[in-house]
Design a protein around this ligand. Structure first.
Ligand code: PMP
Length: 306
Protein backbone atom coordinates (compact mmCIF):
# COMPACT_ATOMS: atom_id res chain seq x y z
CA UNK A 1 0.00 0.00 0.00
CA UNK A 2 2.77 2.44 0.88
CA UNK A 3 5.15 1.41 -1.87
CA UNK A 4 7.05 4.39 -3.17
CA UNK A 5 5.95 6.72 -0.35
CA UNK A 6 9.04 8.66 0.69
CA UNK A 7 7.97 11.29 3.16
CA UNK A 8 5.71 11.69 6.18
CA UNK A 9 4.96 14.98 7.89
CA UNK A 10 5.46 14.45 11.61
CA UNK A 11 5.29 17.07 14.34
CA UNK A 12 6.19 19.97 12.12
CA UNK A 13 8.81 18.29 9.98
CA UNK A 14 9.05 16.30 6.79
CA UNK A 15 10.74 13.04 7.72
CA UNK A 16 11.77 9.99 5.74
CA UNK A 17 9.09 7.31 5.61
CA UNK A 18 11.18 4.83 7.69
CA UNK A 19 11.89 7.45 10.34
CA UNK A 20 8.22 8.29 11.05
CA UNK A 21 8.08 6.34 14.34
CA UNK A 22 6.30 6.48 17.69
CA UNK A 23 7.24 4.98 21.06
CA UNK A 24 5.59 1.71 22.14
CA UNK A 25 4.39 3.48 25.29
CA UNK A 26 2.39 5.98 23.26
CA UNK A 27 -0.90 6.76 25.05
CA UNK A 28 -3.00 6.41 21.90
CA UNK A 29 -1.54 2.98 21.14
CA UNK A 30 -2.85 1.71 24.49
CA UNK A 31 -6.13 3.58 24.80
CA UNK A 32 -7.11 4.72 21.31
CA UNK A 33 -6.81 8.39 22.20
CA UNK A 34 -6.27 9.78 18.76
CA UNK A 35 -8.37 11.55 16.17
CA UNK A 36 -7.91 11.32 12.45
CA UNK A 37 -9.29 12.09 9.04
CA UNK A 38 -9.46 10.35 5.71
CA UNK A 39 -9.44 12.70 2.75
CA UNK A 40 -8.93 12.27 -0.98
CA UNK A 41 -7.10 14.37 -3.50
CA UNK A 42 -8.36 13.95 -7.07
CA UNK A 43 -6.66 14.46 -10.39
CA UNK A 44 -9.06 17.04 -11.81
CA UNK A 45 -8.83 18.73 -15.20
CA UNK A 46 -7.50 21.77 -13.31
CA UNK A 47 -4.79 19.77 -11.52
CA UNK A 48 -4.68 17.86 -8.23
CA UNK A 49 -7.37 19.08 -5.84
CA UNK A 50 -8.26 18.01 -2.30
CA UNK A 51 -11.96 17.26 -2.01
CA UNK A 52 -13.70 19.14 0.81
CA UNK A 53 -10.50 19.78 2.72
CA UNK A 54 -12.04 22.52 4.90
CA UNK A 55 -14.82 20.23 6.05
CA UNK A 56 -12.39 17.45 6.89
CA UNK A 57 -10.16 19.85 8.82
CA UNK A 58 -13.19 21.17 10.71
CA UNK A 59 -14.18 17.64 11.65
CA UNK A 60 -10.62 16.86 12.77
CA UNK A 61 -10.55 19.82 15.16
CA UNK A 62 -14.08 19.05 16.35
CA UNK A 63 -13.15 15.42 17.02
CA UNK A 64 -10.06 16.64 18.90
CA UNK A 65 -12.17 18.92 21.05
CA UNK A 66 -14.24 16.01 22.31
CA UNK A 67 -11.11 14.32 23.69
CA UNK A 68 -9.43 17.51 24.87
CA UNK A 69 -6.70 17.00 22.30
CA UNK A 70 -5.13 20.37 21.60
CA UNK A 71 -3.65 20.03 18.14
CA UNK A 72 -0.48 22.12 18.38
CA UNK A 73 -0.81 23.33 14.78
CA UNK A 74 -3.24 25.70 13.17
CA UNK A 75 -5.52 24.55 10.34
CA UNK A 76 -3.39 26.74 8.04
CA UNK A 77 -0.23 24.92 9.11
CA UNK A 78 -1.81 21.51 8.52
CA UNK A 79 -3.05 22.69 5.14
CA UNK A 80 0.38 23.93 4.14
CA UNK A 81 1.99 20.68 5.31
CA UNK A 82 -0.51 18.56 3.38
CA UNK A 83 -0.19 20.51 0.15
CA UNK A 84 3.60 20.43 0.40
CA UNK A 85 3.56 16.69 1.12
CA UNK A 86 1.44 15.94 -1.96
CA UNK A 87 3.73 18.08 -4.07
CA UNK A 88 6.86 16.40 -2.71
CA UNK A 89 5.42 12.97 -3.39
CA UNK A 90 4.50 14.11 -6.89
CA UNK A 91 1.01 12.67 -6.55
CA UNK A 92 -1.83 13.63 -8.85
CA UNK A 93 -4.40 11.81 -6.77
CA UNK A 94 -4.04 10.27 -3.35
CA UNK A 95 -5.55 9.47 0.02
CA UNK A 96 -4.61 11.80 2.87
CA UNK A 97 -4.45 10.67 6.49
CA UNK A 98 -3.94 13.38 9.12
CA UNK A 99 -3.82 12.11 12.72
CA UNK A 100 -3.37 13.77 16.11
CA UNK A 101 -2.98 11.69 19.24
CA UNK A 102 -1.81 11.61 22.82
CA UNK A 103 1.78 10.49 22.50
CA UNK A 104 4.51 9.17 24.75
CA UNK A 105 3.87 10.16 28.34
CA UNK A 106 2.41 8.78 31.58
CA UNK A 107 0.21 5.77 30.89
CA UNK A 108 -2.60 6.61 33.29
CA UNK A 109 -5.98 6.93 31.65
CA UNK A 110 -5.98 10.69 32.07
CA UNK A 111 -3.96 11.80 29.05
CA UNK A 112 -3.47 15.40 30.07
CA UNK A 113 0.24 14.93 30.83
CA UNK A 114 0.93 13.32 27.46
CA UNK A 115 2.08 15.49 24.55
CA UNK A 116 -0.13 15.68 21.48
CA UNK A 117 1.67 14.31 18.45
CA UNK A 118 0.52 15.06 14.92
CA UNK A 119 1.29 13.41 11.61
CA UNK A 120 0.15 13.36 8.01
CA UNK A 121 0.68 10.63 5.46
CA UNK A 122 -0.35 10.59 1.79
CA UNK A 123 -0.36 7.65 -0.60
CA UNK A 124 -2.05 6.46 -3.77
CA UNK A 125 -5.21 4.51 -2.95
CA UNK A 126 -7.63 3.21 -5.57
CA UNK A 127 -11.21 2.07 -5.08
CA UNK A 128 -11.49 1.00 -1.42
CA UNK A 129 -14.11 -1.67 -2.03
CA UNK A 130 -12.70 -2.55 -5.46
CA UNK A 131 -13.32 -1.33 -9.01
CA UNK A 132 -15.77 -4.15 -9.59
CA UNK A 133 -17.86 -3.06 -6.62
CA UNK A 134 -18.14 0.45 -8.07
CA UNK A 135 -19.63 -1.03 -11.23
CA UNK A 136 -21.49 -4.13 -10.13
CA UNK A 137 -22.25 -3.41 -6.51
CA UNK A 138 -21.09 -5.11 -3.35
CA UNK A 139 -22.48 -8.00 -1.33
CA UNK A 140 -23.11 -7.06 2.27
CA UNK A 141 -24.23 -8.70 5.49
CA UNK A 142 -25.77 -7.27 8.63
CA UNK A 143 -23.14 -7.46 11.33
CA UNK A 144 -23.90 -9.25 14.57
CA UNK A 145 -21.95 -6.42 16.22
CA UNK A 146 -24.00 -3.33 17.07
CA UNK A 147 -22.76 0.23 16.68
CA UNK A 148 -22.10 1.95 20.00
CA UNK A 149 -24.40 4.83 20.85
CA UNK A 150 -23.07 8.36 21.12
CA UNK A 151 -23.73 8.21 24.86
CA UNK A 152 -21.04 5.52 24.99
CA UNK A 153 -18.51 6.77 22.44
CA UNK A 154 -19.45 9.87 20.44
CA UNK A 155 -20.04 8.71 16.89
CA UNK A 156 -19.67 12.20 15.47
CA UNK A 157 -15.97 12.20 16.36
CA UNK A 158 -13.48 10.26 14.28
CA UNK A 159 -11.56 8.70 17.14
CA UNK A 160 -8.99 5.98 16.59
CA UNK A 161 -10.21 3.85 19.53
CA UNK A 162 -13.79 3.85 18.32
CA UNK A 163 -12.74 2.03 15.17
CA UNK A 164 -12.43 -1.32 16.97
CA UNK A 165 -16.20 -1.53 16.43
CA UNK A 166 -15.69 -1.11 12.69
CA UNK A 167 -12.82 -3.61 12.74
CA UNK A 168 -15.02 -6.26 14.38
CA UNK A 169 -17.76 -5.73 11.80
CA UNK A 170 -15.25 -5.87 8.92
CA UNK A 171 -13.59 -9.02 10.23
CA UNK A 172 -16.94 -10.73 10.50
CA UNK A 173 -18.08 -9.70 7.02
CA UNK A 174 -14.83 -10.64 5.32
CA UNK A 175 -14.66 -13.87 7.33
CA UNK A 176 -18.04 -14.82 5.88
CA UNK A 177 -17.01 -13.80 2.36
CA UNK A 178 -19.07 -10.63 2.15
CA UNK A 179 -17.61 -7.47 0.68
CA UNK A 180 -18.71 -5.22 3.52
CA UNK A 181 -20.80 -5.14 6.69
CA UNK A 182 -23.84 -3.07 7.55
CA UNK A 183 -24.00 -2.22 11.24
CA UNK A 184 -27.23 -1.71 13.17
CA UNK A 185 -27.46 0.67 16.12
CA UNK A 186 -28.48 -0.40 19.59
CA UNK A 187 -32.17 0.06 18.71
CA UNK A 188 -31.69 -2.45 15.90
CA UNK A 189 -32.12 0.09 13.12
CA UNK A 190 -29.56 0.71 10.41
CA UNK A 191 -26.62 2.87 11.40
CA UNK A 192 -23.94 2.71 8.70
CA UNK A 193 -21.11 0.64 7.24
CA UNK A 194 -17.85 0.20 9.16
CA UNK A 195 -16.38 3.09 7.17
CA UNK A 196 -19.31 4.27 5.09
CA UNK A 197 -22.68 5.96 5.36
CA UNK A 198 -25.63 4.27 3.72
CA UNK A 199 -28.35 5.51 1.37
CA UNK A 200 -31.61 3.88 0.34
CA UNK A 201 -33.76 4.58 -2.72
CA UNK A 202 -37.50 3.87 -2.59
CA UNK A 203 -40.09 5.03 -5.10
CA UNK A 204 -37.68 7.52 -6.58
CA UNK A 205 -36.89 9.23 -3.27
CA UNK A 206 -33.64 9.00 -1.37
CA UNK A 207 -33.22 8.24 2.32
CA UNK A 208 -30.14 8.22 4.53
CA UNK A 209 -29.89 7.43 8.21
CA UNK A 210 -30.03 10.50 10.43
CA UNK A 211 -27.27 11.75 12.71
CA UNK A 212 -29.19 10.45 15.73
CA UNK A 213 -28.84 6.86 14.45
CA UNK A 214 -25.22 6.59 15.74
CA UNK A 215 -23.44 7.51 12.54
CA UNK A 216 -20.47 9.58 11.54
CA UNK A 217 -21.56 12.81 9.85
CA UNK A 218 -19.87 11.76 6.63
CA UNK A 219 -18.58 14.43 4.31
CA UNK A 220 -19.32 12.30 1.27
CA UNK A 221 -22.82 11.84 2.72
CA UNK A 222 -23.23 15.63 2.88
CA UNK A 223 -21.87 16.00 -0.65
CA UNK A 224 -24.15 13.32 -2.06
CA UNK A 225 -27.19 14.88 -0.36
CA UNK A 226 -26.37 18.18 -2.09
CA UNK A 227 -25.69 16.52 -5.44
CA UNK A 228 -28.90 14.49 -5.27
CA UNK A 229 -30.97 17.53 -4.35
CA UNK A 230 -29.36 19.52 -7.15
CA UNK A 231 -30.31 16.69 -9.50
CA UNK A 232 -33.90 17.19 -8.38
CA UNK A 233 -34.29 14.30 -5.94
CA UNK A 234 -36.10 14.52 -2.63
CA UNK A 235 -33.62 13.48 0.05
CA UNK A 236 -34.68 12.47 3.55
CA UNK A 237 -31.50 12.92 5.56
CA UNK A 238 -32.79 11.97 8.99
CA UNK A 239 -34.37 8.63 8.22
CA UNK A 240 -34.72 5.72 10.58
CA UNK A 241 -34.28 2.61 8.45
CA UNK A 242 -35.15 -0.88 9.64
CA UNK A 243 -33.50 -4.09 8.52
CA UNK A 244 -36.64 -5.07 6.60
CA UNK A 245 -36.67 -1.75 4.78
CA UNK A 246 -33.12 -2.48 3.64
CA UNK A 247 -34.14 -5.82 2.17
CA UNK A 248 -37.12 -4.25 0.39
CA UNK A 249 -35.22 -1.21 -0.96
CA UNK A 250 -35.23 -0.42 -4.68
CA UNK A 251 -31.57 0.52 -4.40
CA UNK A 252 -28.91 0.88 -1.73
CA UNK A 253 -25.49 2.45 -1.83
CA UNK A 254 -22.60 3.34 0.45
CA UNK A 255 -20.83 6.69 0.56
CA UNK A 256 -17.45 7.50 2.06
CA UNK A 257 -14.13 9.09 1.28
CA UNK A 258 -12.57 5.69 0.74
CA UNK A 259 -15.68 3.93 -0.66
CA UNK A 260 -16.79 6.99 -2.72
CA UNK A 261 -20.24 5.96 -4.07
CA UNK A 262 -20.46 2.16 -4.03
CA UNK A 263 -23.70 0.37 -4.97
CA UNK A 264 -24.93 -2.42 -2.68
CA UNK A 265 -26.31 -5.34 -4.66
CA UNK A 266 -27.27 -7.66 -1.82
CA UNK A 267 -27.85 -7.71 1.92
CA UNK A 268 -27.70 -11.08 3.72
CA UNK A 269 -27.94 -12.80 0.30
CA UNK A 270 -31.15 -10.92 -0.55
CA UNK A 271 -30.84 -9.22 -3.91
CA UNK A 272 -31.50 -5.49 -3.75
CA UNK A 273 -33.60 -4.29 -6.69
CA UNK A 274 -32.28 -6.03 -9.80
CA UNK A 275 -29.15 -7.15 -7.94
CA UNK A 276 -26.90 -4.66 -9.65
CA UNK A 277 -26.25 -0.92 -9.69
CA UNK A 278 -29.64 0.80 -9.82
CA UNK A 279 -30.48 3.79 -12.05
CA UNK A 280 -30.62 6.39 -9.27
CA UNK A 281 -27.34 5.15 -7.79
CA UNK A 282 -25.86 5.25 -11.26
CA UNK A 283 -26.95 8.83 -11.84
CA UNK A 284 -25.56 9.99 -8.50
CA UNK A 285 -22.34 8.03 -8.82
CA UNK A 286 -21.80 9.37 -12.35
CA UNK A 287 -22.43 12.93 -11.18
CA UNK A 288 -20.07 12.40 -8.24
CA UNK A 289 -17.18 11.17 -10.38
CA UNK A 290 -17.89 13.77 -13.09
CA UNK A 291 -17.51 16.68 -10.70
CA UNK A 292 -14.30 15.17 -9.30
CA UNK A 293 -12.89 15.07 -12.78
CA UNK A 294 -14.18 18.42 -13.92
CA UNK A 295 -15.22 20.53 -10.92
CA UNK A 296 -18.11 22.78 -11.95
CA UNK A 297 -18.11 26.37 -10.75
CA UNK A 298 -21.14 25.62 -8.64
CA UNK A 299 -19.06 23.36 -6.35
CA UNK A 300 -15.82 25.30 -6.63
CA UNK A 301 -15.52 25.75 -2.87
CA UNK A 302 -15.40 21.95 -2.46
CA UNK A 303 -11.91 21.87 -3.93
CA UNK A 304 -8.54 22.93 -2.58
CA UNK A 305 -6.06 22.94 -5.41
CA UNK A 306 -2.58 21.60 -4.74
N1 PMP B 1 -18.94 6.26 8.74
C1 PMP B 1 -17.78 5.85 9.26
C2 PMP B 1 -17.79 5.02 10.49
C3 PMP B 1 -16.58 6.19 8.64
O1 PMP B 1 -15.40 5.78 9.14
C4 PMP B 1 -16.60 6.96 7.46
C5 PMP B 1 -15.32 7.30 6.77
N2 PMP B 1 -14.75 8.47 7.29
C6 PMP B 1 -17.85 7.37 6.96
C7 PMP B 1 -18.99 7.00 7.63
C8 PMP B 1 -17.93 8.24 5.74
O2 PMP B 1 -17.46 9.52 6.06
P1 PMP B 1 -16.75 10.44 4.98
O3 PMP B 1 -17.68 10.54 3.85
O4 PMP B 1 -16.54 11.73 5.68
O5 PMP B 1 -15.49 9.77 4.60
Amino acid sequence: MFEGVETIWQDGEFVDFEDAQVHVLTHALHYGTGVFEGVRCYDTDDGPAIFRWEEHLDRLYESAKVYDIEIPYTPEELTEATVELIRREGLESCYIRPIAFYGYGPLGLNPSESPVETAIGVWPWGAYLGEEALEEGIDTAISSWRKHASSQIPTSAKTTGAYVNSVLASLEAKGNDYGEAIVLNKEGNVAEGPGENIFLVRDGEIYTTGLAESILDGITRRSVITLAEDLGYTVHDDATISRGELYAADELFFTGTAAEVTPIRSVDDNEIGAGTKGPVTDEIQTRFFDILEEPPEQYDDWFKYV
